[in-house]
Ligand binder design. Structure first.
Ligand code: FES
Length: 150
């Protein structure tokens, strides 16, 4: 349930995007920036505002991995799952980080959220990861864990 502050902020976001062509994605990005995730309760409000179905809004939110349906932890670890990194041991890296954190993809353990990502542009330096927005090349479990525990 959205409180009055959240409803007010959502109204502002919708007004900021009034008249924009193809406003759904920009609105969802703004909602995530404002709330840290895309709360389920905003979906019917956005759908009604854009005169589309809630299912359409939900479909977009669930299609794009960057949209979170629950708030992320203080730290976000993204590990590349694309082919070039897989060839360099990304699966082993992912399993090691999952074990060290004690969580699976899209889960949060303590203050760390673990997410898959499909190419970070470091294909020649795999396995690659991103921790709190900072790229890490040829990275191992220890380096990732040191970064989130620093
Ligand atoms: S395949 Fe991993 S960074 Fe491109």
């Amino acid at each position: 349930m959205l409180d009055s502050v959240a409803i007010s902020r959502l109204d502002e976001i919708l007004a900021e995007h009034q008249g924009l062509e193809g406003p759904l994605l920009p609105i969802l990005h703004s909602v995530q920036a404002a709330f840290g995730h895309v709360p389920q309760d905003v979906l019917p409000v956005i759908a009604k505002h854009l005169n589309i179905s809630k299912a359409e809004v939900h479909g977009v939110v669930s299609f794009y991995h960057d949209f979170r349906e629950v708030p992320a932890g203080q730290h976000v670890v993204k590990i590349c799952r694309a082919e070039a990194c897989q060839a360099m041991g990304a699966d082993r890296l992912a399993q090691g980080v999952q074990k060290a954190l004690g969580c699976d993809w899209h889960e949060t353990a303590g203050d760390v959220t673990l997410e898959p990502v499909f190419c970070l542009g470091l294909c020649a330096c795999g396995p690659a990861a991103m921790v709190d927005g900072q790229l890490m090349a040829r990275v191992g479990v220890d380096a990732i864990m040191a970064k989130v525990r620093a």
